[in-house]
Design a protein around this ligand. Structure first.
Ligand SMILES: [Zn+2]
Ligand SMILES: [Zn+2]
Length: 411
C-alpha cells in the first residue's frame, strides 16, 4: 500500500474537522500547537496517549484538532465499537526503549490500543499490559506528573530492561495471523484516508448477495467454523447481530480475503475458499494453549493481595496476565486465588455498607431540611431533592420512615 500524500492527510483532516461541533476559531498559539505523532500511518498516536503526553507538557487545551484521526472509527469505520479497544493500554517495551535510546519521541500509538493486535509489528514480540515492576495495568489517563513511558502507578520505566532477555516466543501460526492483521489495518486506514470514514454496510450486502446467489452458507460455515445460523444473522440487515471487528477479521483471514475486498465486491478469493470447502489456514478461533509462567503469575497474585487500592477481582488479575479467564491460575495457585477472591468480596461488601450508610444519611438530612422549611417531607418532595432513583432503594425508604418517626410524624 503506497504512503498517503501529506496534502491528502490535511484534506481528510479538514473534512473530519467539518464534522466537529462548534469549533472555536483557531487562536494564534504556537506553543500549544502540539502535533500528534505519525498521523496517517499505522503508528498513528492514540487520542488517550496524546492527551496524556499533552497533560505532561501543559495542562491546557491546544489548538490542534487532528483528534478524530487519533480514534479508531476514523480507521476501521462505523462498526460496533464493542471489543475493539483494550480496556487498559498495552505497549511494546522494545519500542519504548528504542525511542528512548535514539532520543525519539515517546508516545502511545493507537495500534497498541487495538485489541486484535497482540504482537509489535516492529519487534515481533508480544505487547504487554502490566508493569514489570509493580505488576499493575496502566491507567488510560495518566496522572499529570507521569512522564510518557512511565508506569501510571509506580512511575517505573515501561521500556525494556537492558539486562532482561526476551524469552517470549511467538508461534508461527500467531505470527501469520498478526502479519495479516497489520496489513489489513494498513489497507483499511489507507481507504479511510482516501475516502473518509468507512461504512460496513457494503461488506454485509456483498456477502449476502453472494451467499444467496451461490447458496453458499453451509460451505462457508464449514470453511470458517462459524455456525450457519450465525452467518444468516450477519447478513440479515439486523445490526443487533453484527459481528465484532475481531470476528470479521478472523472470518476474512480464514477465507483469505480482506474486508476491503469484500466491501468492494472482489469476491474471487472468497469463492475459491468456499469451493475448496475447508479452511486453508489453521483455525485461530480458539485461543492457543498458553504456557503458564509461574513466577510472573505468582508475583501478580501477591501484588494483587498487597495492593492498597481497590482490590482486583481474580478475573482481572488473570486478564492482566494475558489469560482469558482465571482457570489456569486457580489450577496452579489455589490458595492465592482464594485469598484474592475473598479480599475482593470483603471489599465489595464493605463498599456496599458504606454506600448504604451514605444513602441513609442523605435521606435523613433531606427530611430534616424539608421539615425545617415547614413542609411535610413527602416522598415526592424527597424525590425532587435527592439524586436520580435514590428513593427507589428500600434502604432509602426505611431511612425516610425512620426520620419521619424521629420528627414525631405519624406513619
Ligand atoms: Zn516494538
Ligand atoms: Zn509500575
Amino acid at each position: 500500500m503506497s504512503e498517503i500524500h501529506p496534502a491528502r492527510v490535511v484534506q481528510i483532516r479538514n473534512s473530519w474537522l467539518n464534522m466537529l461541533p462548534d469549533e472555536k476559531p483557531p487562536s494564534r498559539s504556537q506553543l500549544y500547537n502540539l502535533a500528534p505523532y505519525e498521523v496517517g500511518t499505522i503508528w498513528c498516536e492514540s487520542l488517550t496517549g496524546y492527551i496524556n503526553r499533552l497533560g505532561y507538557v501543559l495542562s491546557c487545551l491546544t489548538t490542534r484538532a487532528d483528534f478524530p484521526l487519533l480514534t479508531l472509527p476514523s480507521w476501521v469505520g462505523d462498526l460496533s465499537p464493542r471489543w475493539q479497544l483494550r480496556e487498559t493500554p498495552a505497549w511494546c517495551p522494545s519500542c519504548l526503549s528504542d525511542w528512548q535510546a535514539l532520543g525519539h519521541r515517546i508516545y502511545h500509538p493507537l495500534l497498541w490500543m487495538i485489541r486484535v493486535v497482540t504482537i509489535c509489528p516492529r519487534h515481533r514480540t508480544p505487547l504487554i499490559s502490566y508493569c514489570a515492576h509493580c505488576q499493575k495495568p496502566q491507567l488510560v489517563f495518566a496522572p499529570s506528573k507521569t512522564q510518557p513511558g512511565a508506569c501510571t502507578s509506580c512511575v517505573h520505566w515501561l521500556g525494556k530492561e537492558a539486562n532482561v532477555p526476551s524469552n517470549q516466543e511467538v508461534s508461527s501460526e500467531l505470527m501469520n495471523w498478526q502479519e495479516w492483521i497489520w496489513a489489513t489495518l494498513k489497507e483499511l486506514q489507507a481507504a479511510s484516508l482516501t475516502s473518509g470514514m468507512l461504512t460496513w454496510e457494503p461488506f454485509f450486502r456483498q456477502l449476502a448477495t453472494y451467499l444467496q446467489e451461490q447458496k453458499g452458507y453451509s460451505r462457508l460455515a464449514q470453511v470458517t467454523g462459524i455456525d450457519r445460523t450465525v452467518l444468516y444473522r450477519w447478513v440479515d440487515h439486523d445490526d443487533a447481530y453484527r459481528p465484532t471487528f475481531e470476528t470479521i477479521l478472523k472470518f476474512c483471514y480464514l477465507c483469505q480475503v480482506t474486508p476491503l475486498q469484500v466491501m468492494n465486491g472482489q469476491l474471487d478469493q472468497l469463492q475459491q475458499s468456499i469451493q475448496a470447502g475447508k479452511g486453508l489456514r489453521s483455525p485461530l478461533l480458539h485461543r492457543q494453549h498458553q504456557r503458564v509462567d509461574r513466577e510472573r503469575c505468582q508475583m501478580a497474585l501477591l501484588a494483587a493481595l498487597d495492593d492498597k487500592n481497590e482490590p482486583l477481582a481474580l478475573s482481572q488479575v488473570a486478564q492482566r496476565l494475558g489469560y482469558e479467564d482465571s482457570r489456569q491460575l486457580m489450577y496452579h495457585f489455589p490458595e492465592e486465588c482464594k485469598l484474592v477472591t475473598q479480599r475482593a468480596k470483603a471489599y465489595r461488601q464493605q463498599r456496599k455498607a458504606q454506600r448504604l450508610a451514605q444513602v441513609r444519611e442523605q435521606v435523613r438530612q433531606a427530611v430534616l431540611s424539608i421539615h425545617s422549611q415547614g413542609f411535610y417531607p413527602s416522598h415526592r418532595r424527597l424525590r425532587i431533592l435527592l439524586p436520580g432513583a435514590l428513593m427507589r432503594l428500600s434502604e432509602a425508604k426505611d431511612a425516610w420512615r425512620a426520620a419521619l418517626q424521629e420528627l414525631g410524624y405519624e406513619l
